[in-house]
Design a binder for this molecule. Structure first.
Ligand SMILES: Nc1ncnc2c1ncn2[C@@H]1O[C@H](COP(=O)(O)OP(=O)(O)OP(=O)(O)O)[C@@H](O)[C@H]1O
Ligand SMILES: [Mg+2]
Length: 664
């Protein structure tokens, strides 16, 4: 160990002070001591060369001095501050604001230009974008690279790359430049140039610490520290060194931005890096996204299909008349009192319900099947006896002619209304069948109206011809019965249909003294259909969600690969002062970006599928996209990115800088 003390000059302030520093590595069971009791003081403005044989511990010492690594024991103070008490972010701050690293193998980021490489430390320091790129270009042109600012590292020679890395070291000021074998990969001429640049920087006030194993380069430094097997064996001043007056460290205008805009800036930077990474691995990115694409596309299109079919069914129901309550004769199915012949509903029951204030109109109904004949055409048809308000209640409309009047019911007229099927069956060539007479069984009926075609599919005998006549006519002249089979009540829209249902039920109970009737509410049909389609949607959505989770695991897998692949980049970013949160952010953003992009492609695919279905389905079926499901899909894919990106991102952020840097 050296007894020389180069710090006797009291006018210079100690910058770094190392006392009793020990560094041990754990190699399996063994503990290897690489640095033994290092004591060292380095002053501001010095140019120090550390020399020694390979494996003597130069890099290890350098990494500790640069706060990339921590000592096992002993004290290291910088600016009078003990480093062992600083946390990861405070160490990153020291590296960012005071250190500039130059590595033997340059460690530039391969995907970005020289200018952007130089700018990286300033991104983490929060320098304004324009000032950043101006300063980067200025530094590059000072180092003779004015015409190379847009070149990527692979488009530069070794010496040029090393100059880029010197510019990067200076970007945030670089009060202390730490260069580990900066000339190691260069030819002697370029090596000389680099040492000359370092000497010039020293003359400008930068403190330079340079590791080399070349004695002729070391001889150019002001002070030489020699290490052997982890001990300092010599520490002397170079008498020939052209002593320059130590100057205060250059103050650069860092154009600091507010914490928030600096955050946004770093976010944007991380975004840019993510896009570059994705572009570099297009196929891999696409495959990663596939799970997300399929999952999102299926969620969105399933919900769209569900909504579409629901809307179609509901529009069919509403063609039955909105808010109707149907009362049918006989005990409910399964009731032991139920009989085959359950005639117990009378027109008076229907009238009593019609008299209620919440009932708009009532149409009694009874049905039968009979042979109907017109000239030489004979066909089985459904015959329905209905009230004058049948059209209102059923929601059917007339294509021509007129409906029944009060008088038709009272006088039991033999007027009939025919549906479109009957019109087609009996009057295929007659454009206007009004006034024609049909024979229903043996009873003649005169056509007074023709209905519009109704494709609801909820009417009984949807395809067979149907004839309507006043229920009074049907009761007395056609089947000879005093009873009706059912009646449909149209309920005031302002009344809750369930309240109306229980009121009608109560009224009927009191009239009959028992519950010998069935009551059905169009709203409950609606609800049943809604809940059925909702259940279907839920079922298929949960399958889609499983596919999303599988997709998410794929994303996680690829992100872990990406972190491993870019360990060296992470080390470089940490060396230039990236916080753990910056690294975390970068990988999270990448994961989220992959998922969001996958989500958008999935939504696009769902629209394409929907378009196809709409083309095939024509007017009768339309896929209805719900904005909620699209927004939910979007949020879902973002969340998948966050959730499944978290682990890889945290792994990246927790990497040890030295270890990360040493990996390729
Ligand atoms: N992470 C580690 N785990 C175990 N041993 C290590 C580790 N890092 C370094 N060493 C050991 O510490 C010793 C010093 O390594 P260091 O990298 O500091 O040498 P060096 O002087 O920089 O050599 P070179 O001139 O070849 O770069 C070596 O024997 C090396 O094997
Ligand atoms: Mg080394």
């Amino acid at each position: 160990m050296s007894n020389q003390d180069p710090t006797s000059n009291a006018t210079v302030t100690p910058l770094m002070e190392v006392k009793g520093l020990i560094r041990e590595f754990q190699a399996g069971e063994q503990t290897i001591r690489v640095l033994h009791d290092i004591n060292l003081t380095i002053n501001q403005g010095e140019m120090v060369a550390i020399i020694g044989q390979s494996g003597s511990g130069k890099s290890t010492l350098m990494n500790i001095l640069g706060c990339l690594d921590q000592a096992t024991a002993g004290d290291y103070q910088i600016y009078g501050q003990s480093v062992s008490r600083l946390d990861a972010d405070e160490l990153a701050k020291l590296r960012r604001e005071h250190f500039g690293f130059i590595f033997q193998r340059y460690h530039l980021l391969g995907d970005i230009s020289a200018r952007d490489n130089v700018s990286v430390p300033a991104v983490y320091a929060g320098m304004d974008g324009q000032a950043r790129s101006d300063r980067a270009e200025k530094l590059l042109s000072d180092l003779g690279l004015a015409d190379k600012v847009n070149n990527r590292p692979s488009q530069l020679s070794g010496g040029q790359q090393q100059r880029v890395s010197i510019a990067r070291a200076l970007m945030n000021g670089g009060d202390i430049i730490l260069a580990d074998e900066p000339t190691g990969a260069l030819d002697s001429k370029s090596g000389e140039d680099v040492v000359q640049i370092l000497k010039d920087l020293n003359a400008q006030g930068h403190t330079i610490i340079m590791v080399t194993h070349d004695p002729s380069l070391a001889a150019q430094a002001e002070r030489v520290i020699e290490i052997k097997d982890g001990y300092i064996i010599a520490d002397y001043k170079n008498e020939e060194y052209q002593q320059v007056e130590p100057q205060p460290a250059p103050i650069i205008d860092k154009h600091r931005k507010s914490a928030f805009s600096s955050f946004i800036d770093r976010l944007f930077e991380a975004f840019k890096m993510s896009l570059l990474a994705m572009r570099a691995h297009k196929m891999r990115t696409l495959l990663t996204m596939l799970g997300i694409i399929i999952g999102i596309a299926s969620v969105v299109s399933v919900v769209g299909l569900g909504k579409g079919s629901q809307a179609q069914i509901l529009s069919n129901i509403s063609s039955l008349g909105t808010n109707t309550i149907t009362v049918t004769d006989g005990y409910p199915y399964g009731d032991p009192r139920r009989q085959y012949n359950d005639d117990n509903l009378t027109p008076q029951d229907a009238q009593a319900v019609a008299d209620q204030p919440y009932v708009v109109s009532v149409s009694p109904q009874l049905n039968s099947n009979m042979n109907v004949r017109y000239r030489n055409v004979q066909e089985a048809a459904s015959i329905s006896g209905v009230g004058k308000d049948y059209l209102d209640v059923s929601g059917e409309t007339l294509a021509m002619g007129q409906g029944f009047e009060e008088q038709s019911i009272l006088r039991r007229t033999q007027d009939i209304i025919i549906d479109a099927n009957a019109n087609k069956t009996f009057f295929p060539d007659n454009a206007n069948p009004i006034g024609e007479v049909l024979l229903i069984g043996s009873v003649p009926g005169r056509v007074i109206g023709v209905l519009e075609p109704n494709d609801s599919g909820f009417r009984r005998g949807a395809d067979s011809p149907t004839l309507y006549m006043p229920y009074t006519t049907m009761m007395s002249r056609l089947i000879g019965s005093a009873y009706i089979e059912s009646f449909v009540a149209l309920i005031d829209n302002n009344i809750s249909s369930s309240a109306a249902e229980s009121a009608i039920s109560e009224l009927m109970q009191s009239r009959h003294g028992t519950d010998d009737f069935r009551i059905r509410n169009s709203d409950s049909i609606r609800q049943t259909i809604e809940s059925t389609t909702a259940a279907m949607t839920l079922l298929i959505s949960s399958i889609a969600i499983i596919s999303l989770i599988v997709g998410g695991i794929g994303v996680m897998n690829i992100m872990l690969v990406s972190v491993t692949e870019r360990t060296n980049e992470i080390g470089v970013r940490m060396a230039v002062g990236a916080r753990q949160s910056d690294i975390m952010q970068q990988f999270l953003i990448e994961a989220v970006l992959v998922c969001i992009l996958g989500g958008l492609l999935g939504i696009g695919m769902a629209f394409a599928i929907g378009e196809l279905i709409n083309r095939i389905g024509g007017d009768s079926f339309q896929v209805i996209y719900s904005s909620t499901s699209i927004i939910a899909a979007f949020i879902c894919s973002t969340l998948i990115g966050v959730v499944f990106g978290f682990l890889p991102a945290r792994n990246a952020a927790k990497l040890d800088p030295v270890e990360a840097l040493s990996r390729d």
